[in-house]
Design a protein around this ligand. Sequence first.
Ligand SMILES: [Zn+2]
Length: 330
Amino acid sequence: MDSLVIGIDVGGTKVAGGLVSMKGRLVSSLTVPTRAAKGFATSFGQVVHLISRLIDRAGGTDRIAGIGLCAPGPLDTKAGIIINAPNIPGWQKVPLAAKLGEEFHLPAKVENDANAAGLAEVLFGAAAGYRHVFYVTVSTGIGTGIIINRRIYHGKNGAAGEGGHVSIDPTSPYRCGCGALGHIEALASGPAMARRARVFLEEEHTTSSHLRDLTHGNPSRITPELIEKAARAGDKVAKKIIEDTGFYLGVWLAGMITLLDPEAIVMGGGVSQIGEPLFKTIRKTILRYTLNPGLAAHTPLLPAKLEKLVGVYGAASLFLPAGEEIEHGY
Ligand SMILES: [Zn+2]
């Protein structure tokens, strides 16, 4: 029988796990709540519990080649240490690979979630067939991964690929979660979009807007989903917010293309679900701001394919032979 890899994706609210074949086929998957607020012992216990259940499903550890785990925030991939996972209290300076190794007597590796997702999209998803790819996920934050030759680019300290924390407007009044001004995450993430819509509707309080109607008088209800809904119904304010977000992402990606000359860009995350109205503005803006528009015109901007289980695939792919043919697209 084929060997299997366990892929685990730890987030602030849930832990997703799966058994993945060496050819990239998802054999089985499971999700449990993280119970992050209860502290490290509880949330790590959830991870251990999930892995035990997956091992049972695999009929024991004999078939398991290793455990790959991805989590948000900075981590030391070489030493297998989680440095600080935001939204998961207690996940600081944890030698997670060693702890998992002791618990299950299996090799274990850890990776940043956006890096892992980028690798998964290249091996099994939207960018299958490409080797050099810039991956972006736009949701509550903006995560990125640089994939070169079908491998994650880590840089000197393992801290490379934090593209969400690149400033494209230092004069912006908006501070990023990391503290700096004008980072793309502070301008184009889901919360940034919602904030821009709120500010606009407050300033232009006499402008009629379907988006405003949808909030039932409570602007804190504005989300990217609501903006998209209003835009689809023809609301001009919502359309403008999507266009502005696409503009910021386009300026930023123009720089990334100039820097990396990737074969493709893959974009996932909740905000990317807006789809073509957003992508159209991004593509147009890239051509205005990149150094070689003639080349960038042939750099496809692809919607991500793996969606919810991207982290599971990504974590598992830490143990898969890079560049090998895979059974399924996804
Ligand atoms: Zn930042």
